[in-house]
Design a protein around this ligand. Structure first.
Ligand SMILES: Cc1ncc(C[n+]2csc(CCOP(=O)(O)OP(=O)(O)O)c2C)c(N)n1
Length: 346
């Protein structure tokens, strides 16, 4: 099977672009900003300012392109690797950073932002996405929900439950699988015997679409179709976006132990940002001064978010007891007292 592709690696276009030049420049800027965040987080982790970090370098088109096809009140339910998608739907960089600093207040998005905090549990959040979309349709709204997940997540029981329920109840769900080749060190071929992950959609009675996940335009196009179906009441779609994580699984992983430098180099040549830059250059929508300036202001925006996150008053360990239940259980009272005895703040 050939993935759907609109933009070639050299920036030439097959057919019509799904968005005009101004929108392409806006999405290019978003991808550059996301990469600035990614590289800052990697640096901060090495400096001991962040806990483990999962880079999304190489997956910017899959995340920004798919979100670009949503309305800003649609739901996004994503993973630890989807910071670019979450941010583009309204989650704050500062909250994402707080979460990575181990501060659970990072899990509270602004009031009017329909994005759930990132799921660390592989696959579990897909069920939430199906439920959110279903609830919207039961209430007569035309909001839809998109779940983002990796190839490994398709081997989880939760994936099958979510897909089955979505198919049976025809929920307005877009299942966006970023097939980045590996689930930690487990290659996609050993993850499942299915030739394509899209084959799994057949079993649940929904369309499965294979797309070049490093192609911003193709991502917009296929997601737009899936969102249109969901919004029109025609049910869920499964999208397999072929992409690659250029970095390790997380900052605790040594990817050299399970994949070759050649493979990484091969994918670097398909870089999603370079591809859009080449297109913009061909279309007269790019000059060096413009990119230098936008890259500078992207780094500035990320630095501001870092300052905001690092200026938040430290989290008091005892506060976890306040957020669990409205009426604490006796076991929790005992734990709180034990924490006080051990000198923890309360
Ligand atoms: C239920 C569950 N099992 C195992 C893990 C440990 N774990 C974290 S990430 C990961 C691999 C997930 O791979 P994939 O779904 O392809 O997403 P990617 O990390 O490649 O984006 C695993 C097994 C987990 N977080 N949750």
């Amino acid at each position: 099977m050939e993935p759907i592709r609109l933009l070639e690696v050299d920036g030439t276009l097959r057919g019509d672009p799904p968005v005009d030049l101004d929108e392409t420049r806006r999405l290019f800027t978003a991808m550059v900003t996301a990469r600035a965040y990614d590289s800052k987080c990697n640096a901060m982790q090495v400096q001991g300012r962040l806990a483990t970090y999962a880079s999304f370098e190489g997956q910017e088109a899959a995340q920004i392109g798919s979100i670009a096809a949503l309305r800003n009140d649609d739901w996004v339910v994503a993973t630890y690797r989807d910071a670019a998608a979450m941010w583009f739907q309204g989650y704050l960089w500062a909250n994402l950073l707080l979460g990575r600093m181990g501060d659970e207040r990072g899990g509270a998005p602004p009031e009017d932002v329909n994005v759930l905090p990132p799921s660390i549990t592989v696959g579990a959040h897909m069920i939430h996405a199906v439920g959110l979309g279903w609830a919207e349709s039961l209430q007569g709204s035309d909001r839809i929900a998109m779940a983002l997940f990796g190839d490994g997540a398709t081997s989880e029981g939760d994936f099958h439950e979510a897909m089955n329920f979505a198919g049976v109840f025809s929920t307005p769900t877009v299942f966006l699988c970023q097939n980045n080749g590996f689930a930690i060190s487990m290659p996609r071929q050993r993850q499942t015997a299915a030739e394509w992950l899209t084959n799994k959609a057949i079993g649940y009675g929904m369309p499965g679409v294979l797309v070049d996940g490093n192609d911003l335009f193709a991502m917009i196009g296929v997601t737009r179709d899936a969102v249109g179906r969901a919004r029109a009441g025609d049910g869920p779609t499964f999208i397999e976006a072929l992409t690659f994580r250029v970095g390790p699984h997380t900052t605790t992983d040594d990817a050299a132990r399970y994949r070759s430098d050649d493979l990484v180099e091969e994918w670097r040549r398909r870089d999603p940002i370079d591809r859009v830059r080449l297109y913009l250059q061909r279309s007269g929508g790019w000059d060096e001064a413009w990119e230098t300036e936008l890259a500078e202001s992207a780094r500035g925006a990320i630095e501001e978010a870092v300052t905001a996150a690092e200026s938040v008053d430290p989290f008091e360990p005892g506060a976890i007891f306040d957020r669990m239940y409205s009426t604490p259980t006796s076991a929790m009272d005992r734990q709180r007292a034990a924490l006080r005895r051990d000198g923890g703040d309360d």
